[in-house]
Design a protein. Structure first.
Length: 196
């Protein structure tokens, strides 16, 4: 059974308003939702929701139990899933991924190859930082704010800024990659206005 349908209401950009067909957490059957380009943007499975004046388009996908609402936009190849929420005037685009219990809200923009997850709280553009390419793998490292401080995602590493610093020193000693990562750590501290 489908949980929503596309209505005939189309906005100035060709996105269509959705109408929910079943009750979901915080949504009643018959309520209008947000705007999507096609059914590929919002999964018919799970409790994923797009409501308010939120837009999801392009190859972007919202699935799992994620919520996109308010005036938020998710587009490009972005993915919002798990229990993540994107709301307010937030933008998630490019190849960015927001998942886990992460919240992206306010006027925050998460984009590029950023991966924001765990218990992240990104409410403004300075609540996260991506550095790419960096390190021995020339990959993307993402720093973001959590309730406990700054968290880091780098390859398969996810943890606190202090744990990441220790791992960098253990893995790279004093080589070129260590110096680059340590400089990125200092940049993240400056970006997020913290001395942690």
């Amino acid at each position: 059974m489908k949980k929503y349908e596309l209505t005939d209401e189309v906005n100035e950009y060709g996105l269509r308003r959705i109408k929910y067909l079943i009750d979901l957490p915080g949504i009643n059957a018959g309520e209008l939702g947000g705007w999507i380009e096609s059914e590929k943007n919002l999964s018919q499975d799970g409790n994923a929701q797009v409501f308010g004046n939120a837009w999801v388009y392009g190859d972007a996908r919202v699935y799992g139990d994620a919520r996109v609402y308010g005036d938020a936009w998710v587009y490009g190849n972005a993915q919002v899933f798990g229990n993540a929420w994107v709301y307010g005037d937030a933008r998630v685009f490019g190849n960015a991924q927001v998942f886990g219990n992460a919240w992206v809200y306010g006027d925050a923009w998460v984009y590029g190859d950023a991966r924001v997850y765990g218990d992240a709280w990104v409410s403004k553009k300075t609540d996260y930082l991506t550095v790419s390419p960096i390190g021995s793998r020339n990959s993307t490292t993402t720093f973001f704010r959590e309730e406990k401080g700054i968290a880091v995602v780098c390859g398969c590493f996810y943890g606190s800024l202090d744990d990441f610093t220790k791992r960098v020193i253990e893995t790279h000693g004093d080589n070129r990659h260590a110096k680059m990562y340590l400089a990125a750590i200092e940049l993240a501290k400056l970006q997020m206005e913290t001395d942690k």
